[in-house]
Design a protein around this ligand. Structure first.
Ligand code: MG
Length: 233
């Protein structure tokens, strides 16, 4: 069975005004100096760091500062709480409704902590579309978090799927898919949704448009169902 699994930030929601600014403002708080948001993005995307606390830590280091990781997380959380209402929905309820009605199981693999994931799914009425979600809190061992393919493996196992498509927006996502194929040996396509961050990432399919993304995924889902019918007794 084939499953479609989504990243959240940069795919389902635009976090340019929330997480990216939370990184900037947290770094500024500890550094006592201005940090351009362009530098934040450069460090996040060039170094393919998935976790935004890690990005903040890296930004502070880059500017020659030092910080206790737990203090950073505390400050970051406080700032993000104020900025989270600035997030905008990128993929519509209609989009997920159509995918869901094609019969394909849907999942989420995200670097968001559980509370932040629940917040965004409830806020945009998306909760019911996903059969399985794997967030940062589900993966206890830090070394096994994205871009390590373990969270993707967890999601696939829980869905009972043996092939899949992952929709992501950056290099950390592509890396996760690449290593998933290598380590777990199951077919997994990488789709690059480049609506928000238009960077070059090798992908099986790429688009900026919700409509194009939908037809690609529906095509994949229907092929799967036809294929399955052949093997049914
Ligand atoms: Mg993302």
């Amino acid at each position: 069975m084939k499953a479609i699994i989504f990243d959240v930030d940069g795919v389902i929601v635009d976090v340019r005004e929330s997480y990216h600014y939370a990184i900037k403002e947290t770094a500024e708080f500890f550094l006592g100096q201005d940090v351009p948001v362009s530098v934040v993005k450069e460090i996040k995307f060039k170094k393919a760091i998935n976790n935004d606390w890690d990005v903040t830590y890296e930004v502070i280091k880059e500017f020659g500062g030092e910080v206790e990781y737990s203090e950073l997380v505390e400050k970051f959380t406080e700032i993000y709480e104020k900025l989270k209402y600035r997030e905008k929905q990128l993929l519509s309820v209609e989009f997920f409704k159509e995918l869901k009605s094609s019969g394909v199981p849907l999942g989420i693999v995200t670097g968001r902590p559980k509370g932040d994931l629940e917040f965004v799914l409830n806020r945009f009425n998306l909760r019911d579309f996903f059969d399985v979600t794997v967030d940062e809190d589900d993966v206890v061992d830090k070394n096994l978090r994205k871009p390590h393919p373990f969270p993707l493996h967890m999601c696939m196992e829980s869905l009972g799927a043996d092939m899949g498509i992952y929709v992501g927006d950056n290099n950390a996502d592509r890396e996760m898919v690449y290593f998933y194929r290598k380590i777990y040996g199951k077919p997994m396509k990488f789709v690059h949704f480049k609506r928000v961050v238009d960077i070059e990432v090798p992908a099986d399919f790429e688009t900026q448009s919700e409509e194009e993304l939908k037809s690609f995924l529906l095509g994949e889902a229907s092929r799967n169902l036809e294929g399955e019918r052949v093997y049914l007794p």
